[in-house]
Design a protein around this ligand. Structure first.
Ligand SMILES: *Cc1c(COP(=O)(O)O)cnc(C)c1O
Length: 397
């Protein structure tokens, strides 16, 4: 059968510079990787603490696979709830300082589940405009009314809350924003959501293992544990494995077990992955030096960029470097790759129009030399393309 829309839309994407394709990695997700057959420094990984290929985590995976097999074989409510799931949920609840925890097979699923379970047609979800795509899709699936507030603008959020007559109100935000690396204004969000009786949901995918002092997420960072109704996060980023969790009260967990379709109708997390995650959680807790090294690398990178007259936004492990047009963004990323530094370019619709950027991520396993090299190469590549400091597009000769 002829399906001309496939060709038409793909050609259109290529013409717009929005075509996406996969790159092949032949090594673990480390500070140095081989990608498309070329060895490069990796500045585009969420393996912030080097746990994805840590020997102890790899050994735990093999050990738990030996004890429980690879797959869990059923949804958790049928027969797929094993000892290791319960152990991981207990460990996560302790780690996050919450009563209860429920795991999901991915962060994407968790956000679909949280928002569709709490949302309903008589609910309004207030969502930061830069929230992760899985939150946007969770809002859609919930059939709730959705009000998008300007990025981190708590005054705007409060205006929307005040004007709302919905019986149930949910405020949802990334703890650390995935494209810009900035931290949500949690103290103000907590004050405002309390004032209007709203449920606060925080997605800490990029906060756990990253934010000081303990890597336990944004609420812990601000000393607000216990003040946020739903703490969600993933195992797939700093913890280096796969899957996700929701931490909340025991009552909330019980409610989700009974009501959350992406939990009920989905096979449980593979037990080997759950066991590996227990191991990474142990390393994160007993080796605070990893988080410190990640933070040091962030400081070093920002200093190196500032020394070259360039602003490197954000205080976290995600550092956006503004480029501008889609064409320039991809060209700079390509030039860096050719020089042995892998930094992914991010274009619309993932980020707003005209704000194409390099999205650099640091790892605890980068050496200082690697970080210095990245800053120097990035500055060179931007200058060659006529892109001045402050991300402004300098006049091209
Ligand atoms: C990565 C990410 C997710 C999705 O998590 P997966 O486990 O990869 O499905 C959700 N929210 C945020 C903010 C993320 O960065």
């Amino acid at each position: 059968m002829e399906l001309p829309f496939l060709d038409e839309e793909i050609v259109a994407l290529k013409e717009k510079g929005r075509y996406r394709f996969l790159r092949r990695l032949s090594t673990p997700q480390d500070a140095r990787i081989t990608i498309e057959g070329k060895e490069v420094l990796n500045f585009s990984s969420n393996n912030y603490l080097g746990l994805a290929n840590h020997p102890e985590v790899v050994a735990a995976l093999a050990d738990y696979a030996g004890r429980y097999g690879v797959g869990s074989g059923a949804s958790r409510l049928i027969s797929g709830h094993m000892d290791v799931h319960a152990e991981l949920e207990e460990a996560m609840a302790r780690f996050k300082g919450s009563e209860g925890c429920l795991t999901f097979s991915a962060g994407y699923m968790a956000n679909l589940g949280i928002l569709s379970t709490l949302g309903s047609p008589d609910t309004t979800i207030f969502s930061d405009e830069w929230n992760h795509a899985s939150i946007v899709d969770g809002c859609r699936l919930s059939r709730a009314r959705v009000e998008v507030y300007r990025h981190t603008d708590v005054t705007h959020l409060e205006d929307l809350l005040r004007a709302s007559s919905s019986r149930r109100k949910i405020v949802v935000t990334d703890g650390v924003f995935s494209m810009d690396g900035d931290i949500a204004p949690l103290p103000d969000l907590v004050t405002v959501k309390d004032r209007y009786g709203a449920i606060l949901v925080v997605d800490d995918a990029h906060a756990v293992g990253v934010l000081p002092p303990r890597g336990r997420g944004s609420a812990d960072h601000f000393g607000l544990s216990g003040r946020v109704e739903i703490l969600m996060g993933t195992f797939s980023k700093a913890l280096g494995t796969y899957g996700a969790y929701l931490c909340s009260t025991r009552r909330m967990v019980e409610y989700f077990i009974n009501k959350c379709r992406p939990f009920i109708f989905n096979t449980g997390l593979p037990p080997a992955i759950a066991g590996a995650t227990l191991a990474s959680l142990g390393i994160l807790t007993r080796e605070p030096g990893r988080l410190k090294a990640l933070w040091e690398n962030g400081r070093l990178f920002r200093n190196e960029m500032e020394a070259r007259g360039r602003e490197a936004g954000s205080d976290t492990a995600i550092v956006p470097i503004l480029v501008g047009t889609d064409g320039d963004t991809m060209a700079v990323s390509r030039a860096l790759f050719d020089r042995g530094v892998f930094v992914h370019g991010i274009r619309p619709p993932t980020v707003p129009e005209g704000t194409g950027r390099l999205r650099l991520t640091l790892m605890a396993t980068h050496t200082a030399e690697m970080v210095r090299t990245a800053a120097a190469r990035i500055d060179e590549a931007l200058r060659e393309r006529g892109i001045g400091t402050n991300g402004a597009i300098a006049e091209k000769r």
